[in-house]
Design a binder for this molecule. Structure first.
Ligand SMILES: Nc1ncnc2c1ncn2[C@@H]1O[C@H](COP(=O)(O)OP(=O)(O)OP(=O)(O)O)[C@@H](O)[C@H]1O
Ligand SMILES: [Mg+2]
Length: 310
């Protein structure tokens, strides 16, 4: 049984679709990431799966429960880190954990939990005196206090400095090594590449791509980008027409995109050599996950295609 199975899930707010026929399943021990622009529907999906929000239609099974009707036995097995949490500023870190621990039958030992999230030295500090990153770690600790099998993390590292982000990544990797299943949302490509086994890209409430970072590259980014610097100059008149058709100029760079780069490179270098044209800063690269994400979320390639060099 998958810990998370979602089939044809939809939700609208006042007639506007926020989640539109989403289906996905997450394996036990897997880290699954939802990626998508602001307003794509990530938080809405996560909150429906947590049982915080009602769906309009579709089926959802979380650890065998329907979150909409499940109560205590369900809550005891999931851990939740919301996109933003209102912590009580006057409580200390230790007191905050103790308050939450009471809700669970087998909470983790407080000191173990504080060490796990890297707050052992701050146990006596008031919440109001914690830095942003420390507060986020406390929020993560509160999501873990019941020793859940399944953890929901809604943008766990947004707004944190690079060092704090890496600390939280390590924590998430460690949780995964303990066999926890994790559903994560994020705006950061490096984060999902480092943490997630599989990624779903969400746009306007729909999944537009799903797979491993490797398969997303294969399927959606199966082209090679060849670029060289032209500065303020246009391409010379002798530039071969077949190459011109796949070339566009972007801020002083000529950019060619090719599914099969070998013949393109051969034609390009042959032309440059015969014309003694300097292919300045010539580079040949695969698109990054971030470029694939941008392609998927704002139709960047179709925009570019319309701007081909004439
Ligand atoms: N309580 C609400 N009432 C009305 N509309 C809402 C509500 N919550 C979310 N929405 C709308 O639903 C859509 C999806 O929002 P959601 O918060 O799920 O997006 P998100 O992917 O989590 O975005 P972000 O990256 O900004 O956190 C947006 O258009 C948003 O304005
Ligand atoms: Mg959100």
């Amino acid at each position: 049984m998958h810990p998370i199975t979602v089939d044809n899930l939809s939700k609208s707010y006042g007639g506007q679709m926020a989640v539109n026929a989403v289906s996905l399943s997450v394996d036990a021990g897997e880290t699954f990431a939802l990626l998508g622009p602001n307003g794509a529907g990530k938080t809405t999906i996560i909150e429906i799966l947590e049982g915080y929000r009602k769906r309009d239609s579709g089926t959802v099974s979380i650890l065998g429960f329907d979150p909409q009707t499940a109560e205590r036995a369900f809550r005891e097995r999931i851990g939740i880190v919301l996109q933003s949490t209102a912590l009580e500023p006057d409580l200390t870190v230790r007191e905050t954990i103790d308050v939450y621990a009471r809700f669970y039958p087998r909470p983790l030992a407080r000191d173990d939990l504080l060490s796990l999230v890297g707050l052992a030295d701050n146990a006596q500090k008031r919440v109001s005196a914690l830095s942003g990153g420390q507060q986020r770690r406390l929020e993560i600790a509160l999501g873990l206090v019941g020793d859940p099998d399944l953890i929901f993390l809604d943008e766990p590292t947004t707004g944190l400095d690079p060092d704090a982000r890496r600390n939280i990544w390590n924590l998430i990797l460690e949780l995964n090594q303990f066999g926890k299943t994790i559903l994560l949302s994020s705006h950061y490509m490096d984060e999902v590449e480092a943490l997630a086994h599989r990624i779903a890209v969400l746009v306007d409430g729909q999944i537009v791509a799903e797979g491993t970072s490797h398969s997303l590259r294969e399927i959606h980014g199966g082209y090679t980008e060849i670029r060289f610097h032209v500065g303020n100059d246009d391409l010379p008149g002798s530039f071969p027409a077949p190459l011109r058709q796949i070339t566009f100029i972007e801020r002083g760079w000529a950019v060619l995109e090719a599914r099969n780069p070998t013949p393109v490179l051969a034609d390009l270098t042959k032309w440059a050599f015969s014309q003694q044209f300097d292919l300045a800063h010539l580079s040949v690269t695969q698109p990054s996950l971030e470029e694939i994400y941008l392609t998927l979320t704002r139709g960047r390639r179709s925009e570019r295609d319309g701007r081909g060099a004439k």
